[in-house]
Design a protein around this ligand. Structure first.
Ligand SMILES: [Zn+2]
Length: 292
């Protein structure tokens, strides 16, 4: 220390604050790099235990996730959806209707096929009656609606307690701002028994006269990529696409589904994923699902 004051002579007092700063800087630990997490939660350490710095959680900034979802099956078209997804080796989710399962023997077998194909496919609950297409009445009677979903669970035996509301783009209760107030009471009922309710970001529309797809695959893919690129999905980097099994019963229309998948597969960022992998889904087991 004396050498430093001697070197600086009379001006030492003027430079005193600077000297103190230099000494402190040289003896303290180096500043953390940009990549070091800003705040790591303090973990209790046993005395003498080696402190192991955990790496920060990986944030996937390289992929965009597309969740193909097919509603209202089993229906004519369901077998084509299964076959195409298997050929293309992609994941998809099927939201199925108990009534359709109940009344169609071949449909029952398709439902079993989907359930057993987990984890490539996820079988989910789309109610028993599809609200008999009287949506307002259905959502105004939450106990009736809950019983309807429970009846579907017994028949469809979904892989998890994951549901989609008939005729309503609703999401779980923590995202109620996205859902119509009409469905709030049913959302709470479903949440109380462990159901995650899933809506959608983009719809592949169909003509109500003949159930045929409206958008051609090329423009649908362009829109999918635009929504992802512009962050206009409910959760950035994750896009849920709604379509319906019956749209793909004709060969020309199932070829459209295959082309949509083919075009998306050309995009290096795209990963097809099942709805149980959607962020926040709790994957509660359904009571009657015991096949895996
Ligand atoms: Zn539906």
């Amino acid at each position: 220390m004396k050498w430093l004051f001697g070197f600086l002579g009379k001006s030492a007092t003027r430079f005193f604050p600077l000297i103190i700063w230099l000494l402190v800087s040289c003896t303290s630990t180096p500043p953390s790099s940009e990549n070091t997490p800003v705040s790591q939660p303090a973990k209790p350490q046993k005395e003498g235990a080696t402190v192991i710095q955990e790496p920060p959680p990986a944030i996937d900034t390289t992929h965009w996730y597309v969740y193909l979802t097919f509603d209202d099956g089993p229906q004519p078209g369901t077998a084509n959806c299964i076959q195409i997804c298997k050929e293309e080796q992609i994941k998809a989710s099927f939201f199925m209707v108990g009534l359709h399962t109940d009344r169609w023997g071949a449909g029952k077998r398709l439902v079993d096929t989907i359930r057993q194909a987990y984890p490539q496919f996820v079988l989910a609950n789309h109610s028993y009656s599809h609200a008999n297409n009287h949506y307002r009445y259905f959502y105004q009677h939450p106990d009736v609606a809950l019983a309807d979903f429970q009846q579907a669970e017994q028949l469809v035996r979904p892989n998890f307690r994951i549901a989609r509301f008939p005729g309503n783009n609703a999401w779980g209760i923590e995202h109620k701002e996205k859902s119509h107030h009409l469905v709030a009471a049913v959302l709470h009922k479903m949440d109380s028994i462990g159901y995650d309710v899933i809506g959608w970001d983009q719809e592949w529309n169909f003509r109500h006269t003949n159930s045929r797809p409206v958008q051609i695959p090329d423009s649908l893919v362009a829109r999918t990529m635009q929504l992802l690129r512009e962050g206009k999905t409910r959760i950035p980097r994750h896009l849920v696409l709604l379509s319906h099994d019956r749209m793909f019963s004709r060969p020309a229309d199932s070829a459209s589904l295959q082309r949509y998948i083919f075009l998306l597969k050309q995009q290096p960022e795209i990963v097809f994923q099942t709805i149980d992998q959607y962020p926040g889904v709790s994957k509660s087991p359904a009571i009657a699902a015991h096949t895996f």
